[in-house]
Design a protein around this ligand. Structure first.
Ligand code: AMP
Length: 420
């Protein structure tokens, strides 16, 4: 498994009596302080429990939301501490109201076996991301503020590192960011660094598909914009046997082909990019499949009638792939040996336009190959349909999984590599 070479697993570390900094991704959706989906929290539990069972003292750290100041009560990890108490009733969860400082150091030193110390939101500090908050009057001021944050980021990373003896990264969803807790603090641990079980699972399945896919390798791409996914599409054209496109991005590509898509959502400023993608696909061995029929309406609401069409009339917009396309894509998916899916096939939030996304999700469950769902909307969709346990892997990271599939290095993963 080349991608995992020179990266230790948490199982390779000596944890007994050690304070273990576990960087997790507890960036969960909140509605008025209530966690609406705790999937990411539950996914990190095996690593935390393993550390405790092996005599380690877990110090768990995460970011949450986009705090505008330090502190930002609406982005506090306090609700996460509460949820951890419900999920791990046998453990004592100690919640620190900061992530660095003398008080936190003291708490980390007093930690007892079986306890978990959860730190407050790392992003309360600008140094975590290494970029200044707020607005600046001039570019010079902005550049000066950026330099200042970069300079103090080292201190912040050192303060985080001083809390623990060992570093474990289980935050796949943030691995595409070279933030203080993901990369900058890691060298302080020498070789006492490793990936947790979730990160290991993510890079095993995604790494497999990116670096050593069994063929036929099929990608299903959907969602709003072509421009968000250019790098991924270009990279997949080089590797895949077939790419099935759905969602609004299909209409930008169809428009670039000269098809009249009436009032469908089209990125007018991405036409050149869309044409370049079509040309690249035409000159490759990869077959780029676009929808052949559509579920259309003249308004996106629950009352305006919708219908199935193969060509558009004035005022109609494509809101989902039609039945012929569903069948075409499902047949391609079922024959694949490796499948990567990112992005819904239509406006799946509205039940009238969810059939295409459901058809793709169902076809994935009927495929005998390795089926991987990138994070974000497609992960939410497959869980919403109750089909998540029937695919090989549902990633917890949207941006991170796309960057990995694109072939980019993930700074959070690279920081874990042990020099030969
Ligand atoms: P993304 O974040 O790029 O994965 O895009 C997901 C969003 O694209 C979802 O909110 C969908 O409702 C939206 N979407 C998918 N298909 C269409 C479509 N045909 N027209 C407009 N929006 C769409």
């Amino acid at each position: 498994m080349a991608y995992l070479d020179h990266i230790k697993s948490v199982e390779d570390l000596d944890l007994k009596g050690k304070r273990v900094f576990i960087r997790v991704d507890f960036n969960v959706p909140l509605d008025k302080g209530v966690i609406t989906d705790d999937y990411r929290i539950r996914q990190a539990l095996p690593t935390i429990q393993y550390v405790i069972r092996n005599g380690g003292l877990p110090i768990v750290a995460s970011h949450l939301g986009r705090p505008k100041a330090n502190p930002s009560p609406d982005c506090s990890l306090a609700p996460v501490a509460e949820r951890l108490r419900e999920l791990l009733p046998e453990r004592e969860i100690i919640f620190a109201d900061d992530c660095i400082g003398d008080g936190v150091v003291e708490m980390s030193k007093k930690l007892q076996p079986g306890q978990i110390l959860l730190l407050e939101n790392l992003r309360f500090y600008e140094e975590e991301e290494g970029k200044p908050r707020g607005k600046f009057a001039t570019e010079e001021e902005k550049a000066a503020a950026k330099d200042a944050v970069k300079a103090s980021q080292k201190k912040f990373a050192a303060a985080l590192a001083s809390l623990a003896d060992v570093y474990v990264n289980d935050a796949f969803g943030t691995c595409h960011r070279a933030h203080a807790s993901m990369a900058k603090m890691v060298p302080a641990f020498g070789n006492n660094k490793a990936c947790g079980f979730l990160l290991q699972k993510e890079i095993k399945f995604l790494g497999n598909i990116v670096y050593d896919p069994e063929h036929p390798y099929v990608a299903i791409l959907g969602g709003a914009k072509v421009s968000d996914k250019i790098g991924v599409i270009e990279s997949l054209i080089e590797k895949c046997d077939q790419i099935c496109i759905g969602g609004a991005m299909a209409y930008t590509l169809l428009a670039a082909k000269g098809v009249d898509v009436a009032s469908s959502r089209v990125e007018a400023d991405a036409m050149d990019v869309a044409k370049a993608i079509l040309e690249k696909a035409a000159n490759s061995k990869c077959e780029l499949l676009l929808p052949v029929d559509h579920v259309v309406s003249t308004a996106l609401d629950d009352t305006t009638p919708c219908e199935i069409v193969e060509s558009f009339s004035a005022g109609q917009m494509g809101l989902d792939i039609g039945p012929k396309t569903r069948e075409l894509y499902a047949n391609v998916i079922k024959k694949a040996k490796s499948v990567f899916w990112n992005g819904p096939m239509g406006v799946f939030e509205n039940a009238r336009y969810a059939a295409g996304t459901i058809a793709v999700a169902t076809a994935l469950t009927e495929c005998d190959g390795c089926t991987v769902v990138g994070g974000g909307d497609s992960a939410a969709a497959i869980r919403q349909f109750g089909l998540d346990s029937k695919v090989t892997h549902v990633s917890t990271g949207g941006g991170a999984s796309l960057e990995l599939v694109e072939g980019k290095e993930l700074p959070g993963v690279e920081a874990l590599r042990i020099a030969e």
